[in-house]
Design a protein around this ligand. Structure first.
Ligand SMILES: [Fe+2]
Length: 208
């Protein structure tokens, strides 16, 4: 019985994952984002010696973290210029909306990862209610992986920045936007475990 429930849960989560990929495939700016974030987040989790259960939660949290973007106006999401504060606020509803979407099918820890993935370590994020170590560790990991992939990907309003600059940015924001322990773990990540193409992580070792 437990085996069957596990199989059904994975099937259901896999369907949501397919929905995320379909959403991302709609434009070239987000294509593959969740898959890459998933790989980076897991590598950080392994570097931090997370348990199998925590890694599994991180896996689903990272694959599903942006599912709430289904509620975001495409005109705002793909706006070629700088966002107004109101537009930025609108886009950021996706974390809360996403948590609501996944809640019926995942455990509370995964819901929290999705809900808090844009929280800043120092508490300065938009409408943030927790800070520091009160932010679930999975969400702190996702914050680094998500930001790094976003910076190194082209967006409608800006070019991608280089891998080197993105790494420096993670270092610069360690202790403010990002948990320093997580930022350090990211910088030690083993690049060889990534399946995506970009020559992304090779620079890591030269920055340390
Ligand atoms: Fe997000």
């Amino acid at each position: 019985m437990a085996k069957q429930i596990g199989r059904l849960t994975r099937l259901f989560l896999g369907s949501i994952e397919a929905l995320v990929y379909a959403l991302e495939a709609k434009d070239k700016y987000t294509a593959g984002h969740s898959r890459r974030v998933h790989e980076i987040a897991l590598a950080i989790g392994i570097e931090l010696n997370l348990s199998g259960e925590d890694l599994e939660n991180l896996r689903w949290g990272s694959l599903l973290h942006d599912v709430g973007k289904i509620a975001v106006d495409q005109c705002v999401q793909n706006k070629p210029g700088r966002l107004t504060p109101a537009e930025y606020e609108h886009i950021m509803i996706h974390a809360h909306v996403g948590a609501g979407i996944v809640k019926p099918v995942v455990n509370e820890k995964v819901v929290e990862i999705v809900e808090h993935h844009h929280d800043h370590y120092d508490g300065t994020g938009l409408h943030q209610v927790v800070a520091g170590k009160e932010i679930p560790l999975g969400a702190r990991i996702l914050a680094v992986a998500d930001a790094w992939d976003a910076m190194t990907s082209e967006r409608p309003y800006r070019q991608a920045i280089s891998v080197e600059d993105a790494h420096r940015e993670i270092q610069r924001c360690s202790g403010t936007q990002f948990d320093p322990k997580v930022a350090d773990a990211f910088l030690k990540t083993d690049a060889s475990c990534f399946t995506f193409e970009k020559d992304k992580m090779a620079i890591i070792y030269t920055l340390q």
